[in-house]
Design a protein. Sequence first.
Length: 457
Amino acid sequence: MRVLPVLALCMISACMPQTGAQVTRSFASDKASEGIVALPQSLGSSPVPSAARANAALLHIFLDLEFKMESGRALPVFTRFEGPITVRMIGDVPPSARPEMARLIARFRNEAGIDISEVGAGQPASINIDFQPRADMAKVVPMAACFVVPRLTSFDEYKTQRNSPAVDWTTLTERQNVAVFVPSDTSAQEVRDCLHEEVAQAMGPLNDLYHLPDSVFNDDNFNTVLTSFDMMVLRLHYAPELRSGMNQAEVAQRLPNLLARINPRGEGLPAQSVRIAPRSWVAAVEQSFGVGGTAGSRVQAAENMLSIAMAQGWRDTRLGFSYYAMGRALSAVSPAKAVTAFAEAARIYRAIPGASVQAAHVDMQLAAIALSSGQPAKAIDFADRAIPVAQRAENASLLATLMLIKAEALENAGHRAAASALRIDSLSWASYGFGSEGQMRARQSEIANLGARGRKG
């Protein structure tokens, strides 16, 4: 399930107290622009690379992904589709969804070796992607941007059976029909991101692990498209050595030889055991990033995250995320302390292979604070470091935000012609990333307000 709000793009407005719209990728103030909004050509040229991992570590990661759910519930057996997989899209299908789905299916076939194809809306399918208005989805699952359920084929079925055993993943022994629900009135990027995450979970692992830096199977939502690591996980999931109905011991017995075949570079690499984050830390994450709450409660939740992370002795992305949460929570009340927390998050992320996307999000926050505090040169430096990473990660909303921050900083530094040109260049990314004119204008206004503060300072 992809949650609301999207955590990877923290509200720019949180960098300083202000009034006005707070725009994220998960909330739309009006209907997305009509027509196909194509992925800009310079995005999407290659899958996001993954870090090298020891097969001994991958074995435990795979078992944690396969035999637990995001809620912490255990799954008794391994399940997948047996045989060719078909996909259909129904409901109010956005124009951008079909080309996105075609591209994603090609990646599944080429990178994960999965026999998958799309069929017409009137044909039966293994995976049924039903596009519904966000407001209708929020009535039944308020915190979900998009989600997946077993045994069903439509949103109408879900509304009548959502409290029944039919949608309980723990009772499955084999996947035959799965429904994915995606908002129809959102940006092209959010449609794409939902397709990547939810279709991958419809076919493969149901769990997310916060310590995976280079994966969409992570509830921090920093990665928005399937990485090469994710494709390797799906290739493992559909390997002929495995089959539906196997228990954890049976899967574990087959994994060493399977990993040696699929990931030969991981043989013999040193491995460190990583335990799943305790529920107390996950609860603190939800409190810090959830909708509602006060500035004080978000700071307290971030402090709890950091305290637990340090007590656990973590040095991975969970510690970086704890400092990131602290910086985000402090942005509205103490920008100087927020900078210290963000700087520590950046230091941790930059030391972790595969965590460049996380570091780019930190740079976006630091660039916004530098802009609002009258330091345009620093804002430009942070943006310049993050822009190539955002482009490689195919994150148009992050890329457009960085370009707008840089443009405002150029304006404040006296380079008006360069600022104007960069704003124009950002429009195609903003259109794909934010979707509606209202969303685009709100983000532009937020950043312009930060620039105005910087000029006054």
